[in-house]
Write a protein that binds this ligand. Structure first.
Ligand SMILES: NC(=O)C1=CN([C@@H]2O[C@H](COP(=O)(O)OP(=O)(O)OC[C@H]3O[C@@H](n4cnc5c(N)ncnc54)[C@H](OP(=O)(O)O)[C@@H]3O)[C@@H](O)[C@H]2O)[C@@H](O)CC1
Ligand SMILES: Nc1ncnc2c1ncn2[C@@H]1O[C@H](COP(=O)(O)OP(=O)(O)O)[C@@H](O)[C@H]1O
Ligand SMILES: [K+]
Length: 502
């Protein structure tokens, strides 16, 4: 499922019309009808429906929706929020059809009129503004959006909640807070931004028959269960432990022994063949009994943390480093040296990210894949860009960073974005706020370590790992856990139910 900017959406629309020969009026008909089909399960004939239409093609979709519902026997009222002369092109055509079918258009007079209609409506269809919005919302739409957000009626937005930007980078907006959004053909970038996603409510993508096109800007794809099922390698009946990779996890310090234990266990539960924990004795003695399937590589320590030392990694297929290591300078020097020397794929998380902050130039020289898994705070530390700016432009910031430093970047959050060194991006579609708890990242590192040792492309392995991690949390809170009590160790236990369904 391609994620698009407004510009890309218009380009796909243009190609469909010019190359595909599909009339724009037909696309609008398809959009309106498809949306009504998706609305049917949540509306019924006893409900009164108010369709608010604006002056562009989003409003045009609104006229199609109103006509389709009217001919189906629904009680529908249309309020046009702009003067007649503003309705042009395909929208004007569909407005005429609405009138031909006996519909009435109530043209906006004042906000008290809208308030009255809104109070009488059970369902509001928001077709005021789509992806064509530019600048801050003008009056009277600004007030109308405020009123829509005050009433009890179920709000269904067409394509995008009115007022919301389609792209990343906008910080000031006033928008409809929808209960449902039916998105036309492709999710827009803002669906995956922390500041915008809550406005969408529940969402579904409706197909309208647009041209399939490869966008020149590189791929940006929402990674769903069907993608995981398609790409996740199946375990062969004849496989042996060597087939599934031998991984080394380096981490832990006397004050944070649990992190590496969770990573080890998560890696084993995610299908790794053999997993070794590289850690200091104090950590080893406190975690060994929690993860008996792992083997251990004793590392030298001082004052409860790792010191600089050579490590023979020749027998491992991939390495994860950083979890619970602490930030002391000798440990940091050890991490930097190891990352420089090792000629294996290496995943760097948590404290390890702090250690390599000033060594990104040498990371970009590595010949084997380097995977960095920062949360936004760690990303801010790595880039010197504020968390606010990162959350405002996560796609662009990730792309630039991955490209510049030749790394695979897993920017974690409610919508984790995985970017490869060429700028291709996959966005995870699972997970919930129960994961916002210490240890979730350690578990993710273990799942990812297991994934990158299986036969699949690196970016897909990372996206599959993020999907599986989030899905475990989703299944747990839909059965016997809640977003409050969920623990990182539960997420490891929940991996079983995920793998059983894939
Ligand atoms: N493939 C596709 O693309 C398809 C797209 N489709 C649909 O079309 C939608 C895009 O339609 P679009 O391009 O006509 O833009 P749209 O969102 O209706 O906005 C334009 C209107 O908004 C107004 N306006 C703008 N800014 C404003 C502001 N700040 N404050 C107030 N008003 C503002 C602007 O007014 P003006 O500036 O001209 O006075 C104009 O009237 C898309 O989301 C989808 O629903 C489907 O039908 C089929 C296939
Ligand atoms: N609100 C949320 N919704 C979905 N996933 C979340 C949410 N908050 C955190 N996560 C996920 O949980 C993990 C947290 O990782 P991280 O911040 O490194 O945790 P920690 O360092 O405490 O182990 C990431 O995979 C992130 O995507
Ligand atoms: K809308």
């Amino acid at each position: 499922m391609q994620i698009v900017t407004a510009k890309e959406m218009y380009e796909i629309d243009r190609l469909t019309i010019e190359k595909g020969g599909v009339d724009g009026k037909l696309l609008m008909e398809n959009a309106g009808r498809s949306i009504v089909n998706h609305m049917l399960p949540i509306i019924d004939r006893t409900k009164s429906i108010l369709v608010l239409v604006g002056g562009g093609n989003n409003g045009g979709d609104g006229f199609v929706i109103a006509r389709t519902l009217l001919t189906d026997g629904y009680d529908v009222l249309v309020v046009q929020l702009v003067p007649d002369y503003k309705i042009k092109g395909e929208a004007a055509y569909h407005k005429q059809l609405w009138l031909n079918f006996g519909g009435i258009v109530h043209v906006f007079q004042d906000t008290s009129m809208i308030r009255r209609y809104l109070l009488d409506a059970d369902i509001v269809v928001d077709a005021m503004l789509g992806i064509g919005i530019s600048g801050e919302v003008r009056q009277p739409l600004k007030d109308v959006i405020g009123l829509v957000n005050q009433v009890e009626a179920l709000t269904i937005s067409v394509d995008i909640p009115s007022g919301l930007p389609a792209d990343e980078g906008e910080s000031h907006f006033e928008a409809v807070v929808a209960d449902y959004t039916f998105i036309v053909e492709h999710p827009k970038m803002s669906l995956f931004l922390e500041s915008c996603s809550p406005f969408y409510g529940k969402w579904e993508v409706v197909k309208i028959g647009l041209f399939h096109s490869n966008l020149s800007s590189g791929s940006r794809i929402a990674w769903r269960e069907r993608d995981v099922k398609r790409t996740l390698p199946k375990r062969s009946r004849n496989s042996h432990k060597g087939t599934h990779g031998r991984g080394l996890v380096i981490g832990g310090s006397s004050t944070m022994p649990g992190s590496i234990a969770m990573t080890l266990k998560a890696a084993l539960r995610s299908g790794a063949g053999l997993i070794t924990g590289g850690t200091i004795n104090e950590v080893f003695s406190s975690i060994a009994s929690h993860c008996v399937e792992a083997t251990y590589l004793p590392l030298l320590g001082k004052a409860g943390a790792m010191t600089t030392q050579p490590v023979d990694v020749s027998m491992y297929n991939a390495i994860a480093i950083g979890m619970g290591m602490g930030r002391n300078e000798e440990t940091a020097a050890f991490t930097r040296q190891l990352v420089k020397d090792v000629t294996k794929p290496i995943l760097i998380d948590a404290d390890g990210l702090h250690h390599i902050k000033d060594d990104l130039a040498s990371i970009s020289q590595r010949k084997q894949p380097t995977i960095l898994t920062p949360h936004p705070g760690e990303m801010a530390m790595l880039t010197g860009i504020s968390v606010r700016e990162i959350l405002l432009h996560p796609f662009e910031v990730s792309k630039q960073f991955a490209y510049e430093h030749n790394v695979y970047l897993v920017l974690k959050g409610p919508h984790t974005i995985i970017t490869d060194p060429n700028g291709n991006q996959l966005v995870n579609t699972t997970g919930n706020q129960g994961l916002a708890k210490g240890g979730s990242g350690d578990v993710l590192s273990g799942v990812l370590l297991a994934m990158i040792m299986q036969e699949q492309s690196m970016i897909e392995a990372l996206a599959n790992g993020c999907f599986i991690h989030g899905k475990s949390a989703d299944l747990l809170i839909s059965s016997h856990r809640s977003t409050e009590d969920l623990l990182a160790t539960d997420v490891i236990d929940g991996l079983a139910s995920v793998f059983r369904t894939l």
